[in-house]
Design a protein around this ligand. Sequence first.
Ligand code: ATP
Ligand code: TPS
Ligand code: MG
Length: 315
Amino acid sequence: MNELERIEALASHFGAAGPGVRVGIGDDAAVFEAGKGALVWTIDAQVEGTHFKTEWVSWEDIGWRSFMAAASDLAAMGAEPAYALSALVLAPSVDDAALDALARGQAAAARTVGAPVIGGNLARGKETSITTTLLGRAEKPIARSGARPGDGIWLAGDVGLAAAGLLALMHGVQDARISAALEAWRRPRARIEAGRELARSSAVTAAIDVSDGLARDADHIAQASHVSFVFDRDRLLAHGGASLITTAGTLGRDALDLALYGGEDYALLVTSAAPIPGFSRIGDVEALEPGGARLHTRGPEGKLPLEPRGFDHFA
Ligand SMILES: Nc1ncnc2c1ncn2[C@@H]1O[C@H](COP(=O)(O)OP(=O)(O)OP(=O)(O)O)[C@@H](O)[C@H]1O
Ligand SMILES: Cc1ncc(C[n+]2csc(CCOP(=O)(O)O)c2C)c(N)n1
Ligand SMILES: [Mg+2]
């Protein structure tokens, strides 16, 4: 079973969530009613060998990026971060200095996001992993399921740059022209402020953070909302700007491919009937045609179907 099939199999054990749960399994975070508003709850693990290698990043960066990856799911719900818990499994290679650096990175990210770490757990293990839970508040949480034909597709933050940084690290490429890509992978930023804009807008219909790649994450919205996505190739490339083009060129990769299939930038992908400050428009939501593809690109050749591939832990 691939990742989605495994999640579906797990969800079948847990059954339907009871009353009071506004968003259950299948979105960026769970949402439950709490007093007048709602609380938004997310968890994310970063595992050595799966999400990072210590040859590539400092422990401080590992702490930072693991916290930001978790916080990004709150941004994608339009939530205001409140508090965090951190569960660490430490392999013998993590000495006291490494642990100190790891926590320093987590604490810096927690300060930036505005969600202090107020607890956690510590255990020894064969492989190091960092699991972060964040709790946030939202009056109007944004799920994946509300996109409608006629909405625009909007993006805040880079796409493709972090994947380029990862490629450079994997292949040992050293070149001053890819420093922005390395920084994007090592020090991603959860788009909390962009998430606040979603909460302020009444035109926003759906949102997701781009962790597995734009195409795959867009497909999650398209599937949940029963709509089709049409990405405008020129607008997407313009959004990436000179930085993406230069990086792609240096690595001998296609810039559009990096933008569509690269993950771990933690950009916010949103559907909305009106512009949102800080977001640029990269396409249109259309009606899903029976038997038609859920994803497309539009370019000089017209509208072409796009494969929803991206990162899958079990593919
Ligand atoms: N073991 C599990 N038990 C119950 N639900 C799960 C489990 N693993 C994942 N889920 C749920 O499945 C959905 C997809 O999970 P996933 O971790 O892929 O989240 P995501 O937001 O798509 O990815 P990312 O964390 O990279 O942003 C989420 O709603 C999550 O809560
Ligand atoms: C050693 C190593 N190999 C591959 C990758 C690429 N990668 C791992 S997980 C992931 C998606 C987001 O994770 P998740 O879905 O768990 O939130 C991506 C793109 C990496 N970061 N490190
Ligand atoms: Mg997510």
